[in-house]
Design a protein around this ligand. Structure first.
Ligand code: MG
Length: 162
């Protein structure tokens, strides 16, 4: 296998609503009546993108880097975790080319917050916002996500050798 070929990675995350804290996605606080549960700050976008970049570099996953059994990650800033994961892929000789994400949630509407999320992810990953895509969708009322019980995030990342 050529070491010069780009590498693709995939990340997925889901969290349930119901936490008494702000809804935070890609580091952006989004007005909503409930926040996401989770050991860290519940930022499922940061978690899915972290897994996508780690996956592209075959460097394991977010659970290995930041174990949820470790009290130091309780309530942790997930964007800081993403920045740390990005440093790991840079140490391994990669840089991020682009990232594409889809957030599936029935509520709230995400469109007004997409640019802010792209900018936060771009800063964490050391790329321009042109290299970051964030797309919001509903689940058309289907299943737990459609009932508003939680949200899901899918992410792909392309890395190149530095
Ligand atoms: Mg998570």
């Amino acid at each position: 296998m050529s070491v010069t070929l780009p590498r693709v990675g995939f990340g997925y995350d889901s969290h349930t609503f119901g936490a008494d804290r702000p809804l935070r996605l890609a580091g952006v606080v989004i007005p909503h009546d409930t926040g996401l549960t989770g050991h860290s700050d519940g930022d499922a976008v940061a978690h899915a993108v972290t897994d996508a970049i780690l996956g592209a570099a075959a460097l394991g996953d977010i659970g290995q880097l930041f174990p949820d059994t470790d009290p130091q990650w309780r309530g942790a800033d997930s964007m800081a975790m993403l920045t740390t994961a990005c440093a790991r892929i840079v140490e391994a000789g990669f840089h991020v080319v682009n990232v594409d994400t889809t957030i599936v949630t029935q509520r709230p509407k995400l469109a007004p917050h997409v640019m802010a999320m792209r900018e936060r992810l771009a800063t964490a990953l050391g790329v321009s916002p042109d290299g970051i895509s964030v797309k919001g969708k509903t689940n058309e009322g289907m299943d737990a996500v459609g009932r508003g019980e939680g949200l899901q995030v899918f992410a792909v990342a392309l890395l190149a050798r530095t």
